[in-house]
Design a protein around this ligand. Structure first.
Ligand SMILES: Cc1cc2nc3c(=O)[nH]c(=O)nc-3n(C[C@H](O)[C@H](O)[C@H](O)COP(=O)(O)O)c2cc1C
Ligand SMILES: [Fe+2]
Ligand SMILES: [Fe+2]
Length: 396
């Protein structure tokens, strides 16, 4: 199976409808994904990126529909992560003399994954390789999202291949952005951004400015996952600028869990206080909710409230993964507070507050605790707490 993007430029990747988890089980992928590989047939034959290892036979079949894979002269590996480089070992047995074009850090990371003596050519930003009627131009994009990450641009056809940048874990019947459901597409593009690129938002903004300043015409943005942006391709670049600015909405997300609903009742009463002030909120029980989807809600909101009962002198363990993500994703422009029910020692709220400090999320005020199940007085205190959180949320 293959799709022609422009004359002599083909998508030869794979659609993985079955994929429900990525990065081990770190990232949920409810809508599957694709591994996009691009074949350029000119005087030179070029393959830009491969596919994940289990699909390497399919890549070779797809290439064979167009040319004999032994004819490939140049293989560009924009990024060594195995969802894009996994097809290299098999591919390189078909074209052992092909030049493997990588960034400086890519030479190290591809070597580090495969330990093979392939013929490497290292490129840096601005370097060009002529392939016949057109050139490949390279732009290093370190930490978007690995040190090796690189964008490849094809002149003449004006195709930017930014690897994981602008991608989405989204399996679809057709390959282009104008052929799919727009709201699904943006849901997946945002989830990808939030869960993978947020910590590098400053670099995203700088890299976009750098690439725009090159004044290269862009007809197509062809990422390594999901659909290819051909209709108004710069729409996703504008969205990335908006997301990278991290300007949250004046609303509140609760991340909580509760064994016997004491902490839940507190959350609901805090919510009543927010509602009195007209502030939108969502309660997300981390015991039963998808972490990556919850993080998208956190990304959108100004305020994050973390609630947990105390269990064995600490927060309930179901809160731990999302708290760790909150630290690692380095969300900007957030404020927060903690709350929770306890029985005797009640450490959870303080431990969550210490964690907020590690996340560099300032506290709106000290947390609120209630012993055992909340009394009428406790619930009134929670409503007052909610009103205070509302005022802080609206103040930004
Ligand atoms: C297994 C278990 C361990 C607990 N450990 C502690 C603890 O170390 N310190 C404490 O203050 N309360 C502890 N508690 C009491 C709970 O914090 C208390 O029941 C609280 O009201 C539960 O809130 P929830 O209704 O939101 O689950 C524990 C409860 C259970 C079931
Ligand atoms: Fe990657
Ligand atoms: Fe990827």
């Amino acid at each position: 199976m293959h799709t022609e993007l422009k004359k002599g430029v083909y998508w030869v990747g794979v659609v993985d409808w079955d994929l429900k988890a990525f990065h081990g089980h770190e990232l949920s992928t409810h809508r599957g994904s694709t591994y996009n590989s691009y074949l350029i047939v000119d005087k030179k034959i070029v393959l830009v990126d491969t596919v994940w290892g289990p699909f390497q036979d399919r890549l070779i079949e797809n290439i064979r529909e167009i040319i004999d894979p032994s004819k490939i002269d140049i293989v560009v590996a924009n990024h060594a992560e195995t969802d894009h480089s996994g097809g290299l070992p098999l591919l390189m047995t078909h074209c052992p003399n092909a030049t493997l074009v990588v960034s400086k850090r890519g030479a190290e990371s591809i070597e580090g994954h495969y330990h093979k003596q392939w013929t490497f050519q290292t490129v840096k930003t601005g370097d060009k390789i002529n392939v016949g009627s057109n050139d490949l131009i390279f732009v290093e994009a370190p930490m978007l999202h690995w040190p090796d990450s690189m964008f490849t641009y094809l002149t003449g056809h004006n195709i930017l291949m930014p690897n994981d940048g602008f991608g989405q874990h989204y399996a679809t019947a057709f390959r282009f952005n104008d052929q799919v459901n727009e709201s699904e597409l943006y849901e997946e593009a945002l989830k990808y951004y939030v869960n993978i690129l947020t910590p590098f938002s400053d670099r995203v903004l700088k890299k976009i400015e750098e690439v725009l300043a090159l004044n290269l015409p862009v007809d197509i943005i062809a990422p390594s996952h999901g659909v290819i942006w051909r209709k108004d391709p710069l729409q996703i670049v504008k969205k990335y600028q908006e997301w990278a600015a991290q300007k949250p909405e004046q609303k509140v997300v609760f991340l909580y869990d509760s064994m016997w609903h004491g902490t839940l009742k507190m959350a609901e009463a805090i919510g009543e206080g927010l509602a009195e002030k007209g502030v939108q909120f969502k309660l997300i029980n981390m015991g039963v909710s998808d972490r990556n989807d919850a993080l998208v809600e956190v990304f959108k909101a100004r305020t994050v409230l973390v609630g947990s009962p105390t269990l064995n002198n600490g927060p309930i363990s179901t809160m731990m993964p999302v708290l760790e993500d909150l630290r690692g994703l380095k969300f900007q422009n957030k404020i927060g507070a903690a709350f929770g029910s306890y029985g005797w020692s009640g450490e959870a709220v303080k431990i969550i507050e210490e964690h907020f400090a590690k996340c560099k999320i300032p506290l709106i005020r000290e947390g609120i605790r209630c012993k055992w199940q909340p009394s009428q007085k406790d619930l009134e205190d929670c409503r007052a707490f909610g009103r205070e959180i509302a005022d802080a949320t609206l103040k930004q």
